[in-house]
Design a protein around this ligand. Structure first.
Ligand code: ADP
Ligand code: MG
Ligand code: ZN
Length: 475
């Protein structure tokens, strides 16, 4: 029997608003437990929620970018359940009239291009966090995250492989980051993904699914999919049945475990949220958001290819982060040749960032500083190797490139008299190498160039050194 894996995703994304969805508390990640809370987000009796306009704006922007139909008249619903991380004992969500529906996201994998259909996108509030302390066998509750705004994006069961799932999540992450609606940091939980998976004989009807939670990296998602598909196939081939349930992925054991049998919507006793009015959107509001949409990564890549002739690889690297792309565009606007700018970003900039475990958005070096450095190389004042040393010296403080070059006497030696003099000196100090080269040993030439560079403290213009040496050697 040939088995096919069928996967649908429910992705929760924390929105990058400054304040929570229904109160003025900060959404900042971390902070001492229970310091980002107020009576509204902890559900004290008599308090009332007020919808944060930014949450609506971000949700609509996301819906539009994912090619959804925006619901002109939407509503919130109350999802009732009791759990210690939810002090209100209900979550305000959207069940009946989600803010956006029927979208589509195109992805490409090695297997080709494909469209993933979005079933719906809705707004809701996050719950708090529980930390179990095994030492004292107690669980502590931190309600800082209660009321942090989320959008949940639900796909149709359109995925067949882990590759497709990862390609979709990368596209989603890129789109939401470029829109500025979320930072999508999986490690901080601002993008969380539940994977629904079933198996079926190739081309058959849908099988019974399980839902996997606690997947907090792309690696974990890929491994969990592989594990769970195999588990289900073995069950069915062994004459047993798959039970619809929620399973937890255990990163350390590389296996999934049953958590609870799956609730139905009716278990939550949903009803329309009585404390919030419905949301009605005008065409003017939607038009404004459509028009304010920034250029997305895919569009930037196409433009870099067409306008600058940059290779696909360079385009991908530069657009892998929104602030990196902004940095590149500022460099070119300041006159840096695009390919030079791209090379510096892919080489020195990304290298320096990864050495410091730093995000591009937190980079101290500014584009004008690097643009100046590139201009000095282009203009012949610095050679590339010296420029890299200057780069390392100014990176952490965004230091003054010209001042540094002057202070350390790093200007490239372009004076042909000086270069010739140094070459002559090296040739008379190394007559054997000179003779070797003249006798046909190409390798000796590199050695001689190195010696001249050393003589001029690395600041010589390499072309000038090559030319002067060749002339003196009579070749
Ligand atoms: P629930 O209301 O129980 O959460 P939904 O109908 O909202 O269920 O589906 C949740 C997710 O599960 C969606 O992403 C959907 O595509 C996916 N899904 C539904 N049925 C299957 C199935 N048989 N196999 C794999 N995924 C499925
Ligand atoms: Mg659901
Ligand atoms: Zn609050």
């Amino acid at each position: 029997m040939i088995w096919e894996t069928v996967i649908g995703l429910e992705t929760h994304v924390e929105l990058a608003t400054k304040t929570k969805i229904f109160c003025g508390c900060t959404t900042a990640f971390g902070g001492p437990p229970n310091t980002h809370c107020c009576p509204v987000c902890t559900g004290m009796p008599g308090t009332l929620p007020v919808l944060n306009g930014r949450v609506l704006e971000f949700a609509v922007k996301a819906g539009l970018a994912l090619n959804c139909q925006i619901t002109r008249y939407s509503r919130f619903d109350r999802k009732n359940y009791f759990y210690p991380d939810l002090p209100k004992a209900y979550q305000i969500s959207q069940l009946y009239l989600p803010i956006a529906r029927d979208g589509a996201v195109s992805i490409s994998t090695e297997a080709g291009d494909k469209t993933i259909r979005i079933h719906e996108l809705h707004m809701e509030e996050d719950a708090g966090k529980l930390a179990h302390d095994p030492w004292i066998d107690q669980t502590r509750a931190d309600y800082n995250r209660c009321g942090v705004p989320l959008i949940e994006i639900v796909t149709q069961p359109d995925f067949r492989t882990a590759d497709e799932v990862i390609a979709y999540l990368e596209k989603l992450k890129e789109t939401l980051q470029y829109l500025g609606v979320s930072d999508c940091k999986m490690q901080e939980g601002s993008l969380r993904c539940d994977v629904n998976l079933s198996v079926r004989p190739l081309g058959g009807g849908l099988g019974t699914r399980t839902e996997m939670k606690n997947l907090n990296s792309f690696k974990a998602i890929a491994r969990a999919i592989g594990y769970e598909a195999k588990r289900q196939i073995e069950l069915i081939e062994g004459g047993k049945r798959v039970v619809q349930e929620t399973r937890r992925w255990d990163e350390n054991k590389d296996a999934t475990y049953a958590m609870r049998s799956k609730e139905d919507a009716q278990d939550y006793r949903y009803f329309p949220e009585p404390d919030l009015p419905p949301v009605e959107l005008t065409e003017a509001y939607l038009d404004e958001l459509r028009q304010s949409r920034p250029e997305l990564a895919e569009e930037k890549r196409a433009r870099y290819r067409a306008d600058y002739g940059l290779p696909e690889y360079d385009c991908r690297m530069i657009t892998s982060d929104r602030s990196l792309a902004a940095f590149f565009e500022e460099l070119t606007a300041l006159g840096a040749p695009p390919k030079q700018g791209a090379n510096w970003i892919m080489g020195e900039v990304l290298g320096a960032l990864s050495q410091r475990a730093m995000e591009p958005g937190d980079m101290p070096l500014t584009a004008p500083t690097l643009a100046r450095l590139i201009a000095l190389v282009e203009g012949g004042t610095l050679n590339r190797n010296t420029a890299v040393k200057v780069f390392e010296a100014v990176f952490d403080t965004d230091g003054d490139v010209d001042a540094y070059v002057k202070e350390h006497g790093l200007e490239q030696v372009n004076d042909s008299g000086l270069v010739r003099e140094a070459c002559a000196k090296v040739l008379s100090a190394h007559p054997k190498s000179a003779a070797d080269y003249q006798g046909g040993k190409e390798k000796a030439f590199g050695f001689l160039v190195g010696q001249v560079m050393r003589e001029l403290k690395g600041r010589a213009n390499p072309q000038a050194v090559n030319a002067a040496l060749k002339e003196l050697l009579g070749s």
